[in-house]
Structures are given as structure tokens and as C-alpha cells.
Design a protein around this ligand. Sequence first.
Ligand code: FAD
Length: 371
Amino acid sequence: MNFVLSDYHRSRKEEFRCFAEKEVDRGDHFPADNLRKAVQNGYMGLPLPPEWGGGGEDFLTYTILIEELSRVCASTGAIIAVHTSVGTFPLYYFGTEEQKKHYLPGLARGELLGAFALTESGAGSDAAALTTSAVRSGDGYILNGCKLFITSGGQADIYTVFATVDRSLGHRGITAFLVEKDTPGLIPGKPEKKMGLNRSNTTELRLEDLYIPASNRLGEEGSGFKIAMSLLDGGRIGIAAQALGLAQAAVDYGTAFLKQREEETGRKTDQYAAFELADLSTRLEAARLLVYRAALVKESGRKCSKEASMAKYYTTDLAVAAATRCIDLCGFPAAEAGSLPAGYFCDAKATQIYEGTNQIQRLVVARELLQ
Ligand SMILES: Cc1cc2nc3c(=O)[nH]c(=O)nc-3n(C[C@H](O)[C@H](O)[C@H](O)COP(=O)(O)OP(=O)(O)OC[C@H]3O[C@@H](n4cnc5c(N)ncnc54)[C@H](O)[C@@H]3O)c2cc1C
């Protein structure tokens, strides 16, 4: 592994940082403008092949994009990461030629927004316990059930929905379907009031007697669990990249605050604060190596479950710690609702949970080590 970014990756990082700082806003509503600009720049399908409308970039370049976007607006980073890694890749990896022709160029160009609907009440960490049913009916299936916490719910154009054709088969009954937003029986709920990542809609998704033709089944019957699990490694690298951006933002904020205070008061930063800053910056560099390494292993085509999980839990835990320390260092104004550091903390907290909680990431790492 090369420990420094190549000239190419450094120049893309610079470009993404400039874009994020100049073009990305930090508002409090769904970031439609940010997404429109991302579409214009070809950022919605960066790691997809050009023949399908993507940018043809490697996974590291995509990871750096999510890092830099999330440094300014983590919700925008989250929407694009979910759209790319689990909203578009299922179709690219497992779609038929017909399905790809129909949906993939629109998704890769960002004209369509993709979403991933796996979680249910009682089937979060234990996704194999899902109960949404898919019953054969004529030349298709009738789906019934309720999904929870779906990123871009109500905003997405295409959902990859997981349901079981036979609960007695356990995970071997789980099957994936491509569901278009206007399909009768698809009912998104209101956006959840989360503590963070609030510009990214997270909703319930009810499926009520929803008919889906067999031509919209993704992969074989019973292959859905394998499909979902195979996507999560890439998804987790995307979440780690979001957390990396957030941690960097918190460290930058704390550093700027301490410098400004030195200038204004003439008082040198005390050793406690200086050591905190040094420790956070060191951990941030370690996190960056973990995240970029996971992206490189994924790009090489080798299994990257251990690397992705290590990067995800280390970096998301660091993002929470960096935001917390930033608030400690800056004092009360940083703890006010609406302040940037408070926002970093709330956004970072969410990254510890989705695409597998950090406890589940530790289980993945331990399993890989012990098997
Ligand atoms: C911002 C956000 C966006 C999301 N977006 C999506 C999305 O787009 N699509 C989607 O399908 N889902 C999405 N989710 C759901 C997310 O994937 C789940 O919340 C997550 O998998 C955890 O499931 P749960 O909330 O049911 O918690 P549970 O699984 O009930 O876990 C509760 C606690 O128990 C721990 N725990 C559970 N099992 C074990 C175990 N075996 N060993 C040790 N500890 C364990 C967990 O780590 C956690 O601390 C999103 C969630 C959030 C917060």
C-alpha cells in the first residue's frame, strides 16, 4: 500500500474540497441544490463505469469525494453515499441486462435517486429476521410489510426492497426487488426527527399489497440476503468516509478556535488543550489510513469485510470523540443548539449506527480474526 495519495488522488481531493466549500450549503432542509450541483459534476455515480453513465473512477476517489462533502454537509455525503453504494451498486452487480438498461444510466448520472430498504422493527442488526413477505401472484409477487429508517425515503425514485418468499427458510428465503417510487402500495412515512443527519430524510416505508412483476426481481429467489450483505462492505467504507469528513471538520474548528483565542488574548494555549489537539490529529491520520486502505482493498476486488468494519467503527467512534472534544475545548458557544460543533456531534452519532452498528462491526472483525 502506498502511504501517500498519488498526484491524481491529491488533485481530485483538492477539487472536491473546493466544490464542497464553494458550492455545498449547510442549510436545514433536504439539500436539493447540493444534489443538483453534484449531478452536474458527475458526482452521483463516480465509481460506476462510463458505459453505464458513471464517472469510471476508482473506489478511493469516490471515498475521498464523500469525505470532502461530509466535511461541509454530512447529510449530503450520506445521501450520495447511500445512493451510490447500496442504491445503485445492487443493480450494477446483480441486475439483468434489461434491468440495467432500464435503470442504471439514470441512477449513475443521478437523474434517479436510489435507496435501500432492508431494516424492519425486529430486523435491524439481525436482518435475516425480516418479515416483509413476497407472495407469488401470476407473473409477479405481492409484497406486504413495513421497512424502517430508510435513507431518502419519499425522495428516492428506485428502492431495492428485501422481502421473504418463505420465512421458514430463514435468510435463504430473502429476495430483492426493484420498486419504483410510484408503484401503488408503496407508502413512505414522514421523515423521522433524528438528532443528526437531519437533511437526509429517514422514513418508514410501508408496502401494502404492492404488486411487483417478476422482471423486477433482482437476482434469484432466495439470493437477497447474500446481495444485501455483499453491498454492506462498500456501504461501510462510505459511512467511514462521512465520519472522516466530520472528524476533520471538528478538529479544524477546534484548531481555528484555539489559534484565534491566542491571537485575541495573547495567552498561549494550555498544555491540556494542546495535547487533546495532538491526540485527535494523530487519531485522525490513523483513521484516514484505515479508510483509504479499505477503499484500496475493495478496489482490488479482494474481500474487504475486516478492513471496511475496522474503518467504519474506528472512524465513526473518532468522529463522536472529536466533536465532543471540540465542544470541550471551545466552551459554551460550541455547545449551543445550532452551533457547528453541536451539529458535528449529532451527525457523528448517527454514523455509529447505520450500515451496521459499531458493535456489529466489532463482531465482523472478531469473526474474521477467529475463523
Ligand atoms: C441515519 C440512519 C439511516 C439509516 N438508513 C437505512 C437505510 O437506508 N436502509 C435500511 O435498511 N436501514 C437504514 N437504517 C437502519 C440501520 O441500518 C439500523 O438502525 C441498524 O442496522 C441497527 O438496527 P436497529 O436500529 O434495529 O438496532 P438493533 O439491531 O435493535 O440494535 C440495538 C443495540 O443492540 C446491539 N446489538 C444487536 N445485535 C447485537 C449482537 N449480535 N451483538 C452485539 N450487539 C448487538 C446493537 O449494536 C445496538 O447497540 C438507518 C439508520 C440510521 C440511524
